[in-house]
Design a protein around this ligand. Sequence first.
Ligand SMILES: C[S@@+](CC[C@H](N)C(=O)[O-])C[C@H]1O[C@@H](n2cnc3c(N)ncnc32)[C@H](O)[C@@H]1O
Length: 212
Amino acid sequence: MKKFKNKNLTASSKKWITRQFNDPYTKLAKQKGYRSRSAFKLIEINNKFKFLKNNLNILDLGSAPGGWSQVCADINKNGKNLSIDILNMEIIDNIFFYKKDFNDSDFLDFINDFFKRNKVDIVLSDMAVNTTGNKDLDAIKTNAIALDVVNLSKLILKTKSALLVKIFSGKDENILIKNAKELFKKIERIKPDSSRKESREMYLLCRDLKII
Ligand SMILES: C[S@@+](CC[C@H](N)C(=O)[O-])C[C@H]1O[C@@H](n2cnc3c(N)ncnc32)[C@H](O)[C@@H]1O
């Protein structure tokens, strides 16, 4: 493994750069023109479950820097792709990007207005809080966001639909899965090969809303 040496950097920064430098998915993302290695997580999950298609309404939450949005733009060429992040995201053809916070009080109205009150086919959420180093706390916070995403999805998704949401494996994970099971007919818990082994990151793919 090639090690990165620079006296001005902290040990953790050097470790991060060394890991990035040697990571095969980071190299592949560069080669293929993806803005993030995360693109491969979505590609991998979609290759298996084939929920992304053309002519859909797709909402990508926590989209920056844009790897997942690039994948959506390629597949959903004639559909409507809305991407949201609190950070800026550079333009991608066929993607409408808004810098916005998922927690904004007008978020639901904003989504409904954008899709002209039509329901959404796919909700994607790769949102995560900034990690604190306390793994249990990070899991609790990220799963709280995931639960809010599940609850938003039930209001905006069509019955034949899919939600892919990032979760962290941890203490409250089962509460989240139980909530999702009450709303969706099919649930898959997925750890893509492209997700770092040492990370608690997982994805929940929820398909087909129950009519309650
Ligand atoms: C792991 S990154 C997403 C990577 C992206 N899927 C890609 O392929 O490039 C998580 C993103 O979630 C965003 N995020 C976190 N909390 C958010 C919130 N409340 N509203 C909108 N975006 C949020 C962060 O700013 C960050 O860009």
